[in-house]
Design a protein. Structure first.
Lengths: 404, 404
């Protein structure tokens, strides 16, 4: 049964190449305060951070963040993404994490090239560490992940998990390199649920093939307890499933899955990330104004009559309260007529709108950054010396709010 | 059986809000020449354009493009996305299209709000038009699409298709508003294949929920003939499946599906779009250098030992011939050591690298746009007055080519 989302914006999200492309490199403490505050307001119950050993900065930031987060919502589970060694674990416990997301790469190539040890030796070491930690910290939340689970041999996975499953809360099956498909997801989850019925499962799907979202949704349908996500899907390489996209998809499957989340704060959270990175919310992010923006002339006509024709999803509930009908070379006379009448209050006939549209279409092909299409349209319309309709300010604001 | 991709970058792609966000509004003729040339080099067999009635510009551009495309590859099928009325159809035929992508919105709300006609009236009109066109142009390729197919009542779809299926080459089932799921895709395709066994099927999945890619791949697995895609997935709202992402996924399923495509030109095509829009290739595009970029310290160590540990897919074959290990606050000493020795030729010990790493991690948190992380690292390293290793230029170039 689905128990909730684990946000990893401040861990895997800080590993996104987009932070380098935007010359950001990592989030500042101020960014982190804003982002965690947004996550709490949205109702995200679990937040993952770096292990404090990653750097002095990350440690210091976490200590400050922890205080703020706990003051706002003491129930939020704060998890450290932590290598499975006693030194790192003690450091994480010391700074006040509620739980540890421990991990080990499960593939044999990793055993050779990262750990330089056999699976059996690794298993013995891990089991001893996990037992020690569990005895010392009875209430510490412990997840153990088989990194690259979808390329790990099933038997190798069991070799490690069989001896530790009694001491951990959750088994993680991250698709570290993005090779999973929905069928593989269903198969692995059903096998693990059968073998470890009393342990929760958690997934983390990378987007290398563009399948992170469907794999995440499939995992929930297959009965996983926790799914990882991040704002904008930011994570190493091409990222993971986007947090707000996951909430949107889960709500389409069953509203009960997203009970407890303040969905109307989804879009503001995406906009917050945009303001931090100084970028627009990505055009392929499901919860975005882009998904309420219409360009094609045939779409404009329909949207003006009945928005539902090209807006199947109720994005209002995710905080996208406006939509956009953009003026450009594809605009048909319907929108030009509507725009000049409803936004600019020209007393205009449909025939006049058709003539203006022809000129606008031609000239708008050569628009530079300096002239907005709206301005060009007004210039053309003004040549016609059309009278203006008189409207009260209050009525004008109401109409603009209704469309934009 | 899968017959090929239909690229719609110059039709639905020009309806992407990203063209407005980048102050581009539409592609120039020069852009279009570059893009179609890239599509032909890649081996894309079908290209969709606007109906010439959209604007004088689009018509003129098409006439020029057609000449260039046919000179390069006379077999490329050029298709007009065309309303189903005789006037528009004649205009498209006149400018030399090889085929028409006709469409009608199938939902009852559209019949009321767009066409203001009953389904039966619409059916009679469409059937008459299609028969007329087929009689007049025996060899013209004709697709007829039920727009918003996944919200259209099954019986309404049959009402239209039953009377025209004998006159058309292909039935289109676009998911115009992005509501489809893989199960719905499998179900609809299997029903239509059974009912219209001699007609090809074509799909076009919008990405409103982030499921465009899996729906497209699922359609191919379910035996569809044609799938729509565009460069970067650009299209109305949050777009459709990305062309190169589709090729990547299909090649993972079965190499035979992508026979005839010059896959190594995938990445250059994505870069071409970036140069036109003056934007980086999106971080969530499957065929991108982003998907070969590693930030996390633990990943760096593994990649230096054996790239396959964190690079499951052979992106070289798609033209991504380099990878990137980026220096930043998360960099471990392994990469610092490797970078200073292999790129900058310092004679450095591992212990020295560890000390330098500590300082670099601290200072790199505060990097501004003006200082690149590489420069900062050299500044720190130079304080140690390390000697340089002498290497022949040829050897240096070889090593750099191997890593970057």
């Amino acid at each position: 049964m689905f128990k909730g989302i684990i946000d990893t914006t401040l861990r895997d999200g800080q590993q996104s190449p987009l932070l380098f492309d935007s010359f950001k490199y990592s989030f500042s403490l101020e960014d982190k305060i804003k982002l965690t505050s947004g996550l709490l307001d949205l109702g995200v119950p679990n937040i993952e951070f770096f292990s404090p050993i990653v750097s002095e900065h990350e440690r210091r930031d976490f200590v400050k963040l922890r205080k703020k987060i706990k003051a706002k919502n003491p129930n939020t589970k704060l998890l450290a993404h932590c290598r499975c060694n006693l030194k790192d674990i003690e450091e994480a416990v010391k700074v006040g994490f509620d739980g540890l997301n421990l991990y080990l790469n499960g593939t044999s190539q990793a055993h050779v090239h990262i750990y330089n040890q056999s699976l059996v030796t690794l298993k013995t070491e891990i089991t001893s560490i996990i037992k020690t930690v569990r005895e010392k910290y009875a209430n510490l939340y412990l997840r153990f992940s088989i990194e690259d689970a979808f390329r790990t041999k099933e038997q190798d996975m069991y070799t490690i998990l069989d001896t530790i499953s009694g001491y951990i809360n959750t088994i993680g099956i991250p698709d570290t390199v993005g090779v999973a498909t929905p069928n593989a997801v269903r198969e692995l989850i059903s096998k693990l649920k059968l073998r470890y019925p009393h342990v929760d499962l958690e997934c983390h799907f990378h987007n290398d093939r563009g399948l992170a979202m469907i794999n995440t949704v499939t995992a929930v349908e297959a009965g996983i307890s926790y799914v990882d996500a991040s704002i904008w899907g930011l994570a190493e390489r091409s990222g993971i499933a986007s947090l707000t996209g996951v909430l949107f998809n889960l709500s389409e499957i069953d509203k009960a899955l997203v009970k407890g989340y303040n969905l109307n704060l989804c879009y503001p959270l995406n906009v917050l990330m945009g303001s931090i990175l100084k970028l627009q919310v990505p055009y392929n992010e499901p919860v975005s104004i882009t998904n309420r923006t219409h360009i094609a002339g045939v779409h404009h006509k329909a949207i003006l009559n009945s928005p539902k024709i090209y807006e199947a999803h109720q994005l209002q509930q995710f905080g996208v309260t406006k939509n956009q009908l953009l003026l450009g070379p594809l605009t048909g006379w319907n929108l030009i007529y509507y725009y000049l009448r409803e936004f600019e209050y020209y007393d205009i006939s449909q025939d006049q709108a058709k003539v203006i549209t022809r000129e606008f279409k031609q000239l708008s092909k050569k628009l530079s950054k300096k002239v907005r299409p709206e301005k060009l349209l007004i210039q053309i319309a003004d040549k016609f010396k059309l009278p203006k309709i008189h409207l009260d300010r209050e009525y004008i604001d109401y109409r603009i709010e209704n469309l934009t």
